[in-house]
Design a protein around this ligand. Structure first.
Ligand code: PLP
Length: 507
């Protein structure tokens, strides 16, 4: 990292006491902001996928900490030399793996400020700005995605944790005295049941594990040909469990599944939940942000009937990791599940209807000032600016999928409702080849294509399995991705296929 004006004046580390002095802070800070601006300008030249081997970075770093402080210029130089080569660059415009996500300039500035303020938002008085800005930013976001006013929100780190809190609140709503007596050794509590689709994110299962409900309490409901939960199968499963003496209490529907971005039929699922009096939680971690685009608002159809919903601005709302939001119509249940205020945290504001201590709504006591970055991102881009970027990502995904559809030797494996394309290199069965043999051949070919493209360093894709078939996934979600990047990865995929096919003499 280049330091204007040489090193930090004598190659010293920290002063004997106290923090870095203001002048030095300014100098390194300016250099760092320049470095970040340069990083964004040159990130495209770096290999997207890290080219290090496991353990390589560890081997390059001292095993023991330094006794004496080191000059900041040397520390920052090591960021260049050691850390950057060991990064997979999520900020690269050709990062198409998993769900491609994106930080942004206002979000980075907010993270700097948040680190400077370093508040622990445990109580309103410990951080009034953090508590109140969270309410304001989440009200703005709620309006932007069209959820009604009776939903209020709270920020957690990740969707896994948001869903965990939703499930805990759902369990609390059963009035089984789980908070007081727990579940172990109780003969008065029937086996509890949670339902989600076979395509739901693994975090739902982890939540069930964490809450001590056991994996057997989770029923995975089959999906239709487009990977959406079958609401009739859900109704049957609930009735069956009731009949067998279990206690169904919660359904987790997904709006934007991880493998394909399929959207469960929330209105039909809500119908089942209302009839059976089950808590409906919607995992809209990925696709919830799409509802900011007026013509995509329909992705959240029926969600106004949900008890809770999670969405991740750190996925597709240009907010740096981490920031997940839980909206619920039943904040009281969340409060009942988690509020515990020891004497040393009692304050004058307690009991005031206009003061909400967020630490009473979750596991954590101290909370980061995450709302700042969401507020700054929304202000900087505006509702229309955010919508324009998400709309463009969807256009790029549709464009890519149109190329796949038009190519005789490639095929789409799932609909493309948003900005994720599931596809593979295809080919007709050869003479004497069964369908299974053909699928095994195509699985191997597609896996090789993916590895070849990823090894090239220009782009990074990931995969899933759909109906047992190896499926390539192209997720458009980075703020820097343009049509040029999407066209280039299409070219890379076709070149890789051509090379592999000719090397194998006609795979
Ligand atoms: N839900 C869905 C649909 C996801 O795609 C993901 C991650 O990709 C998660 C939940 C978990 O997200 P997090 O990393 O915020 O826990």
């Amino acid at each position: 990292m280049k330091e204007p004006g040489g090193d930090d004046g004598g190659g010293r580390g920290a002063p004997p006491l106290g923090d870095m002095d203001a002048e030095e802070f300014r100098r390194h800070g300016r250099a760092l902001v320049d470095w970040i601006a340069d990083y964004f300008a040159r990130v495209e030249e770096l290999p997207v996928l890290a080219r290090v081997k496991p353990g390589e970075l560890i081997a390059k770093l001292p095993a023991a900490p330094p006794d004496e402080g080191e000059p900041m210029s040397e520390i920052l130089a090591d960021v260049d030399k050691l850390i950057v080569p060991a990064l997979t660059h999520w900020s690269h415009p050709s990062f198409f793996a998993y769900f491609a996500t994106s930080t942004s300039a206002p979000g980075i500035f907010a993270e700097m400020l948040s680190a400077a303020f370093d508040v622990k938002a445990l109580l309103w008085r410990a951080a009034p700005a953090a508590q109140e800005l969270e309410e304001v930013a989440l009200s703005w976001l709620r309006q932007m995605i069209g959820l009604p006013e009776n939903f209020s929100g709270i920020i957690y780190d990740t969707a896994s944790v948001s869903t965990l809190h939703a499930l805990a609140a759902a369990r609390e709503s059963l009035n089984l005295r789980v908070r007081e007596d727990g579940l172990s050794g109780r003969s008065d509590v029937p086996p509890l049941r949670v339902y989600t689709s076979e395509q739901a994110h693994s975090s739902v299962e982890k939540c069930v594990l964490t809450l001590g409900l056991g994996q057997s309490s989770l029923r995975k409901i089959p999906t239709d040909a487009e990977f959406r939960m079958d609401a009739r199968a859900l109704a049957r499963a609930v009735a069956e469990d009731r009949h067998e003496g279990a206690l169904p209490f919660c359904v987790v529907a997904t709006v934007g599944t991880t493998s394909t971005s399929s959207i469960d039929p929330v209105p039909e699922i809500a119908e089942v939940c209302e009839r059976a009096r089950l808590w409906l939680h919607v995992d809209a971690a990925y696709a919830g942000s799409a509802a900011v685009v007026p013509e995509l608002r329909h992705v959240l159809a029926g969600c106004e009937r949900a008890d809770s919903l999670t969405l991740n601005p750190h996925k597709w709302l240009f907010t740096p990791f981490d920031l997940s939001v839980l909206y619920t119509r039943r904040m009281g249940e969340l409060h009942r599940a988690f509020s515990l205020v020891p004497e040393y945290l009692r304050t004058l504001e307690e009991g005031r209807g206009d003061v909400r201590n967020h630490s009473e709504y979750g596991v954590q006591l101290g909370r980061r000032f995450r709302a700042l970055k969401l507020w700054m991102v929304i202000r900087y881009f505006g509702r229309d600016g955010l919508a324009a970027r998400i709309r463009e990502h969807c256009r790029l995904a549709r464009l890519f999928s149109s190329w796949v559809e038009a190519a005789p030797d490639w095929e789409l494996l799932a609909p493309v409702p948003l900005a994720l394309v599931c596809f593979r290199a295809a080919s007709a069965a050869r003479a004497g080849e069964t369908n299974e043999q053909r699928d095994a051949r195509l699985d191997a070919l597609n896996e090789q294509i993916m590895h070849a493209v990823n090894a090239g360093g220009e782009a990074f894709l990931s995969h899933t399995k759909l109906d047992g078939r190896f499926t390539l996934r192209l997720s458009v979600g980075n703020i820097r991705t343009t049509e040029r990047h999407v066209a280039r990865v299409w070219q890379l995929l076709r070149d890789a296929r051509a090379r592999l096919v000719s090397a194998a003499d006609g795979v």
